[in-house]
Design a protein around this ligand. Structure first.
Ligand code: DX5
Ligand code: ZN
Length: 220
């Protein structure tokens, strides 16, 4: 049986009450906390940096799944490893050499992920596929939470799962962007086994506890 992971994205949480938001995620059954790092260059938005990740680490036992939407990620991965990131995912478009970036992250003792924008061809991550611990399929253009899911990424997940089954069956296939209880099920059926949720988790009309629980129930 495949193992499934739910990763609420802290970008959609209330930054003034992070410790409380983290506890809510834990008690509702979240598996990881997804952390969106944006630098204002690779994507237009600026979010958070290592100091923030360090504060998260002090307030949760959950693994921290750090998604670096930044230029020159090779220069920054060590800082995120030092403050307690357990998973670090880099964008192929931003790396000088994506395979070497994966090896660098692994040498720091972290799980290494690779990702790409929806418009970037899968060939960009080909060299990293056999060795990466995690492949992240973006189902929105990176930069903001709360965007609409891109259904054409379902085929991308299917293609990657088929390829990974052959060359790297232990790799986690994660999806990020517009994930809710409907799109989660589509991506799960396509072969994804880790699911990032920002708005669907934290902005649920009945609160984050219900939001996380509802999504987690679909992964049982
Ligand atoms: C987009 C981020 C996502 C996003 C998820 O750039 O990588 O993690 O914040 O938020 P939702 O689930 O609301 O699309
Ligand atoms: Zn993300």
């Amino acid at each position: 049986m495949r193992k499934y992971f739910l990763a609420p994205s802290i970008i959609a949480a209330d930054f003034a009450h992070l410790a409380k938001e983290l506890k809510t995620c834990e008690s509702a059954g979240a598996d990881w906390i997804h952390v969106d790092v944006m630098d204002g260059h690779f994507v237009p938005t600026i979010t958070i940096g290592p100091l923030f990740v360090e504060a998260l680490k002090r307030n949760t036992q959950l693994p921290l799944d750090v998604h670096l939407m930044i230029e020159n990620p090779e220069a920054q991965v060590e800082a995120y490893a030092q403050v307690g990131a357990t998973h670090i995912t880099v964008h192929a478009e931003a790396c000088r050499n994506v395979k070497q970036a994966v090896e660098q992250i692994q040498s720091l003792g972290c799980k290494a992920g690779v990702t790409l924008k929806p418009s970037t061809p899968l060939s960009k991550i080909k060299s990293a596929l056999p060795i990466a611990d995690l492949i992240l399929v973006m189902s929105v253009n990176p930069g903001f939470s709360g965007q609409a899911f891109m259904p054409e990424m379902i085929e991308r997940v299917k293609a990657l799962r088929a390829r990974l089954d052959v060359i790297n069956p232990r790799a986690i296939l994660e999806v990020d962007g517009g994930i809710n209880s409907q799109t989660l099920q589509w991506m799960k059926a396509a072969g994804a086994n880790a699911f990032v949720a920002g708005n669907a988790a934290f902005k649920h009309p009945r609160g984050a506890k219900v939001g996380v629980r509802e999504l987690k129930k679909l992964l049982k």
